[in-house]
Design a protein around this ligand. Structure first.
Ligand code: EPZ
Length: 417
């Protein structure tokens, strides 16, 4: 196991490029196996969650080769309908294989994803959608067992905005008999990316990015070549890293529109932001002003930036109220308090009284974005911070320490005791 040792206090300066979007890549890699030919995927981030989904697909008989940021996926020989428990329980997005297996083999046995540090994360909407498409579903021994000779298109209303449900049902219905209408669909950029990818394979999908998506089932999907969109959550995390250190950073290879809410809230906090087509310059004051934020489905403020933003607000001038509406994800606040933050959490809301300075301390990462929040806090803290549990960070950020060090941070990756 490794840990970060961070010497805080350096202002970040310079330029850094954003990697491909983890949450788009995980969906597109699974969807690529819908084709009976090879797909070539570019700008695939080199992250642990991507290695995991590739392993799961190989276990199902899909050929997957991953070199650098290019991945070849060939679903022509997919043969097993049983997703491997040991691998699936590591990562919730593996549940997308249920949609793939039902579409390709008419049968799926996929372990139900466990809870994680974000609280309970059921897949009841996914299951309801599969049943609406005609699948017979049994839940036993922690497995979802599903069967359908061929899925049949239908109209499905998703109870609340759900990225995973929208993705899983787009994957399942692309090869269904007839047309599927997803109502109250999620509108995240990753959904639009998946629809563009599927259409490049010959799927017939309209309306992605709105809350009504129409999928006309086709008989087969062909191989394609596709480049994944930039990771808006990594882009937002790097913007907040610049802000928390009072730095001056240009973030490139990203889509400013995808981080609109973060831009507006950072500007309200007194951070100067200049935008061009594919990059953003963040020029930050010594201390930000306190800003109230509420997380919401896209295009609202993303729940995955809530933790990094609370780190920023912990050194702001004034008190900010941060309301988390998507998940239960404030466990990291205990760790920020060890660094001197003054935060109270009640009923899904953090009341953050800004302090002039944080101080370095030994802290523990509980999940991916909590890890990012602790790294950002350590950059601004006086003294040394030791961050354990960094395997969580490796799941969804490509070389975060190297990128921050290239901007002047001082992060060492060492063996944990
Ligand atoms: C995706 O998770 C992302 N993960 C999350 O990013 C992101 O925070 C989330 O969307 C934002 O909504 C991936 O894309 C791999 P949801 P997902 O379905 O699909 C409830 C990260 O750090 N719900 O949109 O699991 C659910 O409990 C991760 O990159 C049900 O009740 O999220 C939540 O309260 C963290 N039943 C809400 O809907 C269901 O069947 C939104 O969840 C499905 C979801």
């Amino acid at each position: 196991m490794e840990k970060y040792v961070v010497y805080g206090g350096n202002r970040l300066k310079g330029q850094v490029a954003v990697s491909g979007a983890k949450n788009s890549a995980l969906a597109i890699i699974v969807a690529a196996a819908l084709a009976d030919e090879e797909c070539l995927l570019k700008n695939v981030p080199s992250e642990v969650d991507v290695y995991t989904i590739a392993e799961i697909l190989r276990d199902l008989g899909v050929k997957v080769e991953f070199h650098g940021n290019t991945m070849r996926v060939d679903g022509s020989c997919i043969r097993s309908y049983q997703a491997p428990y040991e691998l699936v329980r590591k990562m919730r997005a593996s549940f997308y294989t249920a949609g793939l297996l039902l579409a390709r083999l008419g049968k799926a046995e996929v372990p139900l994803p466990g809870g994680c540090s974000l609280g309970s994360r059921p897949v009841d909407f996914h299951i309801k959608g599969f049943q609406a498409l005609g699948a017979d579903i049994h839940i036993e021994h922690g497995l979802m067992k599903a069967e359908a000779t061929r899925l049949t298109g239908t109209k499905i209303y998703i109870n609340r905005s759900s990225v995973g449900t929208t993705i899983n049902l787009m994957i399942a219905s692309s090869l269904a008999q007839g047309t599927t209408i997803l109502e109250n669909a999620a509108k995240e950029p990753e959904i639009v990316d998946l629809a563009s990818f599927l259409n490049s394979m010959g799927a017939k999908i309209k309306g992605a990015g709105t809350n009504v998506i129409k999928i006309e089932g086709v008989k087969r999907l062909r191989g394609t070549e596709y480049s994944i969109i930039p990771d808006r959550i990594e882009a937002g995390t790097l913007m907040i890293a610049a802000a928390i250190t009072g730095g001056d950073v240009v973030i490139t290879d990203m889509v400013p529109e995808h981080v609109r809410s973060a831009v507006l809230n950072l500007q309200e906090a007194g951070v100067q932001i200049e935008e061009s087509l594919s990059e953003i310059r963040v020029y930050a004051p010594e201390r930000p002003r306190a800003v109230d934020v509420e997380t919401a489905p896209y295009p609202g403020f993303p729940t995955d930036l809530q933790q990094p933003f609370v780190s920023l607000m912990s050194i702001a001038q004034g008190t900010s109220i941060i309301r988390e509406n998507i998940f239960d994800r404030f466990r990291y606040v205990d760790e920020l308090r060890r660094m001197g933050a003054d935060i109270k959490v009640e009923h899904g809301t953090a009341i953050v009284r800004g302090v002039p300075k944080l101080t370095g301390a030994p802290v523990e990462t509980t999940d991916l974005r909590a890890g990012a929040a602790l790294v950002l806090a350590s950059l601004a803290a006086e003294g040394v911070t030791e961050i354990t549990g960094i395997e969580h960070i490796d799941r969804g950020y490509e070389a975060l320490d190297k990128k921050l060090n290239s901007l002047g941070a001082n992060i060492k990756r060492v063996q944990a005791d």
